[in-house]
Design a protein around this ligand. Structure first.
Ligand code: NAD
Ligand code: UDP
Length: 311
């Protein structure tokens, strides 16, 4: 098949492009390089089945494809809050353009949604039935509400125009090729620990997250795309929940670092707890994460150690 991956030069997108090429598909990677980089896909450029297009999905584009994975959108709070109007345009106009394309060329389209659609959840763990608890006017809403509208558009194009859609709600995913300056907790803590700097825990570190290794996520994405007759939304993540303070201690332990932990102010609307209920995806796809957090973290630490040594 010919497959379009928007945001293909980003962290998750680059792993997805690699996987799809390995499966024998032709891959068109579309990216505006806001948070993605050419370095992430440098290894794929010589592949005869790989094409790269610099394009911003807030503008329409016409391509002949069979599948669209719509990942274009900055994912780290510092990056999506840098230009919030652009973030919401990327989610909303990007979804409209990609759905218009899917409708026109009869492609199946998968939307990378997020656990952020649950906001600061009052149900724990979060299952897909839960409608969420999102502040519509807060600093995270450009991302959360943008992604919620993208889900709405998916379902409306599906009901109104018969577009074949898939919605996945990704929970915190980590791994090699996160940017050193990404700003999310996994890369921040690992880079700080490797450089002997203090680890910056926001708030008292009592808030929780559940971290999924990127290879597991990509397996679930492809599985969801190729499952017939099931639009989702479906949660994809690893239920292994940890407080951020425990997580900081773990990174210090795994890196053997002498870094200390310092506490910084908690950003506004930071969700207090997050853990995916993955019963639905287990039942429908037989998918579940396989990479232990310790194994995934060691691989990620090795990646950053090598990268920092080169810089
Ligand atoms: P990332 O920032 O590394 O990747 C996003 C990519 O989209 C980058 O390559 C960026 O340059 C590109 N992009 C941004 N705006 C664009 C635009 N207007 N036009 C074209 N390209 C644009 O982040 P990621 O972690 O790889 O996230 C990928 C997708 O998965 C995002 O949609 C994100 O919301 C979603 N997601 C990720 C996580 C996670 O934990 N990593 C969790 C939930 C959802
Ligand atoms: N966090 C932290 N220190 C950092 C970066 C993040 O304590 O240097 C916290 C952040 O406040 C949040 C959690 O770690 O509670 C996860 O943050 P991230 O930005 O990775 O993703 P989020 O799940 O909040 O979108």
């Amino acid at each position: 098949m010919r497959i379009l991956v928007t945001g293909g030069a980003g962290f998750i997108g680059s792993h997805l492009c690699e996987r799809l090429l390995r499966d024998g598909h032709e891959v068109i990677c579309l990216d505006n390089f806001f948070t993605g980089s050419k370095g992430n896909i440098a290894g794929l450029l010589p592949h005869p089945g790989f094409e790269l297009i610099r394009h911003d999905i807030t503008e329409p584009i016409l391509l002949e494809v069979d599948r669209i994975y719509n990942l274009a959108c900055p994912a780290s709070p510092i990056h999506y809050q840098y230009n919030p109007v652009k973030t919401i345009k990327t989610s909303v106009m990007g979804a409209i353009h990609m759905l218009g394309l899917a409708k026109r060329v009869r492609a199946r389209i998968l939307q990378a949604s997020t656990s952020e659609v649950y906001g600061d959840p009052q149900v724990h763990p979060q299952n897909e039935e839960y409608w969420g608890h999102v502040n519509p006017i807060g600093v995270r809403s450009c991302y959360d509400e943008g992604k919620r509208v993208a889900e709405t558009l998916m379902m409306d194009y599906h009901r109104q125009n018969g577009v074949d859609v898939r919605i996945i709600r990704i929970f915190n995913t980590y791994g090699p090729r996160m940017a050193v300056n990404d700003g999310r907790v996994v890369s921040n803590f690992i880079v700080q620990a490797l450089q002997g700097e203090d680890l910056t825990v926001y708030g008292d570190g009592g808030q929780t997250r559940s971290f999924c290794y990127v290879d597991d996520l990509v397996e679930g994405m492809v599985g969801m795309m190729e499952t017939d007759g099931f639009t989702g939304p479906v949660n994809l993540g690893n239920p292994a929940e940890t407080t951020i303070l425990e997580f900081a201690r773990r990174i210090i332990g795994l890196t053997g670092s002498r870094s200390q932990i310092v506490f910084k102010p908690l950003p506004a609307d930071d969700p207090k707890q997050r853990q995916p209920d993955i019963s639905l995806v287990r039942q429908r796809l037989g998918w579940e994460p396989r990479v232990e957090v310790e194994t995934g973290l060691k691989r990620t630490i090795d990646y950053f150690a090598a990268k920092l040594a080169r810089e």
